[in-house]
Design a protein around this ligand. Structure first.
Ligand SMILES: [Zn+2]
Length: 147
C-alpha cells in the first residue's frame, strides 16, 4: 500500500462507520481480506506459548491478547494488528504485545530490522486512523467523572 490514495480507498472499501465496535471492524477486515481473524484473550500461562512476530499463518490471522492487560491496551493491540493485516503484513515486530513489556528485540539482520521498522511505522499510521472509527465510550473508565 502506497500513498494517501491507497489508504483512503482502503477505508472506503472497509465501509466502517464512526462509532463501530472493534468486533464489527474486525469482522469487516476479515471479509475484506478473506482471512479468518481469531482474537484470543489468553491467561498468563497460555501467553507464554505465543510465537514471536507471527500474525498470519496460512489463511488465518491470530491476534493474541493478554487477559491481565488493561482493556484500553488490548483494544490498541487489536487495532495495531488489524492495521498490519490491512497493510498486507504477515508479521509484527511487537508480537506478542503486552502492556508493561519492554518488547522483544528484533533479528540481528539489519535489512530485516529495517523492513520490520517500516512495517511498524505503516501499521501505526493506519492504526491511528482505524482508531478514529472505534466507539470510544468503552475506553472510558467505569468510575469516570460526569461532566
Ligand atoms: Zn506491529
Amino acid at each position: 500500500m502506497n500513498g494517501r490514495y491507497g489508504v483512503t480507498q482502503l477505508f472506503e472499501e472497509l465501509e466502517v462507520e464512526r462509532g463501530a465496535s472493534v468486533q464489527s471492524i474486525t469482522a469487516r477486515v476479515s471479509v475484506l481480506l478473506g482471512v479468518d481473524i481469531e482474537v484470543d484473550v489468553l491467561d498468563d500461562e497460555e501467553w507464554k506459548t505465543v510465537p514471536r512476530f507471527v500474525l498470519v499463518d496460512g489463511d488465518r490471522a491470530r491476534i493474541a491478547l493478554r487477559g491481565s492487560d488493561p482493556r484500553w491496551y488490548r483494544l490498541h493491540v487489536v487495532a495495531h494488528e488489524l492495521a498490519h493485516l490491512l497493510c498486507g503484513h504477515s508479521q509484527c515486530a511487537a508480537l506478542p504485545m503486552a502492556f508493561g513489556d519492554p518488547g522483544a528485540s528484533v533479528a540481528s539482520d539489519t535489512v530485516a530490522v529495517e523492513v520490520l521498522r517500516q512495517q511498524e511505522d505503516e501499521a501505526d499510521a493506519v492504526s491511528r486512523r482505524l482508531c478514529t472509527f472505534v466507539r470510544t465510550p468503552s475506553l472510558a473508565p467505569a468510575h469516570s467523572v460526569p461532566c
